[in-house]
Design a protein around this ligand. Structure first.
Ligand SMILES: Cc1cc2nc3c(=O)[nH]c(=O)nc-3n(C[C@H](O)[C@H](O)[C@H](O)COP(=O)(O)OP(=O)(O)OC[C@H]3O[C@@H](n4cnc5c(N)ncnc54)[C@H](O)[C@@H]3O)c2cc1C
Length: 364
């Protein structure tokens, strides 16, 4: 296929890299531009779903992720220090009946390496600054060390994150709100953390504070909390020897693009939807968007992209918001009802399977 069919992908995060891998596999001409000089050094998203692993099989990435990641089998749930149950991830109705934990920095590097093997290099230090749509193509303006230049392509796929310049240039709205609570994350080395490697923990405290601890490498853990100090909200950690590798705080934005397509411009991943990290689907939804876009382009059914993916983004936002408000409720009565429900869910495998199918991307 020639340059007239070329797809220009903006952003080399997990969404853009997945789109580049899939389109290259189809034999499309692809250019992927990224304003950063190197792959993110940050762990960011750490959970890769069963469905994402399926989707990343044909391009040769899934095996490499599986070889490096930790296969999480159990999530223990404690309320005010008392263990009330455990989610058994082996109940996920899928051949990958676990949640694969791997820092996003490694996921992206594996994708970049595989893409290079397929003959496509990420064009780094190159920023998308604008576009003009015409009937048969799109003229895109890019900026690199030599200044601004214009390039022509058939379609643009904007995978440039929540502040997406592509989305703005296409005139697509991004509606929603920002939660007031300040969240924090910490990546910590804890030599004496006694849990087996394949387990994560959720701690629900009185007053709506929550914390999760997830292994991301041997003796290394991701802690995430809806409080300023994630480490302080993990019971028993205060007195333990530990090395904090990274701390950060953020507010949770909940936003959905008004559409995933405008003419020849398409958006996916965080450019199209952002929500709380509860449920761990952020990066996975982006991978799914990218594969769907490539499939629709290959099958010449581009209208189906927005029709298929926009409702999934909207549904997942509703689901993760419900999940979040249940986890961080400040009402004693609602917390008591939630705890009864959690005890029931964790002791009835059929109920666990329903929720796990959703989190794993097996059903929407
Ligand atoms: C601290 C942190 C922790 C997180 N934890 C989790 C988690 O536990 N689970 C989860 O599912 N998700 C988590 N997320 C969210 C997850 O990282 C995102 O959902 C995921 O990165 C989205 O991938 P993406 O490729 O759509 O966008 P991004 O990863 O944001 O990638 C966008 C890329 O586009 C590039 N770019 C931006 N603008 C331009 C431009 N104009 N020109 C060229 N390039 C551009 C950026 O440099 C970037 O590389 C976390 C995020 C953060 C920040």
């Amino acid at each position: 296929m020639g340059d007239r069919d070329r797809v220009l992908i903006v952003g080399a995060g997990p969404t853009g890299l997945t789109a580049a891998l899939e389109l290259t596999r189809q034999g499309r001409s692809v250019t992927i531009v990224e304003r950063n000089a190197v792959v993110t050094p940050l762990a960011k998203a750490v959970g890769i779903s069963s469905h994402s692993l399926d989707l990343l099989h044909p391009c040769g990435v899934a095996e490499r992720l599986l070889a490096e990641g930790i296969r999480l089998q159990t999530v223990f749930i404690s309320v005010e220090g008392e263990l009330i149950g455990a989610i058994d991830l082996s109940l996920i109705p899928h051949r990958y009946n676990f949640l694969l934990s791997l820092p996003q920095s490694r996921t992206e590097q594996i994708m970049v390496d595989r893409l290079a093997e397929l003959g496509v290099q990420v064009r780094r230090n190159t920023e998308f600054v604008g576009l003009a749509q015409r009937d048969d193509d799109v003229e895109v303006t890019l900026r690199d060390a030599r200044g601004e230049s214009a390039e022509t392509c058939a379609y643009v796929f904007g995978a440039d994150g929540s502040h997406s310049a592509t989305r703005q240039a296409a005139g697509i709205g991004f509606d929603g709100y920002i939660h007031e609570r300040l969240w924090s994350i910490a990546d910590v080395e804890i030599p004496a953390w006694s849990d087996p490697e394949a387990t994560a923990h959720a701690f629900l405290h009185a007053g709506g504070d929550v914390a999760f601890i997830i292994p991301i490498a041997p003796r290394r853990y991701r802690i995430i909390s809806n409080t300023r100090d994630a480490v302080a909200r993990v019971p028993g950690l205060a007195g333990m020897e530990k090395r904090v590798l990274l701390v950060d705080t953020f507010h949770v934005s909940v936003k959905l693009a008004t559409a995933y397509r405008e003419g020849r411009v398409f958006i996916g991943g965080d450019a199209a939807h952002v929500h709380s990290p509860v449920g761990g689907r952020g990066m996975n939804l982006g991978i799914e968007d990218a594969v769907c876009f490539a499939r629709c382009l290959g099958a010449d059914t581009l209208d189906a992209y927005n029709a298929e993916r926009h409702p999934v983004g909207a549904r997942w936002i509703r689901f993760s918001e419900r999940f979040l408000s249940m986890a961080q409720t400040q009402s004693t009565a609602l917390a008591a009802a939630r705890n009864v429900a959690l005890r029931a869910i964790t002791s009835i495998p059929a109920l666990q399977r329903v929720g796990l199918s959703r989190v794993a991307g097996v059903t929407e």
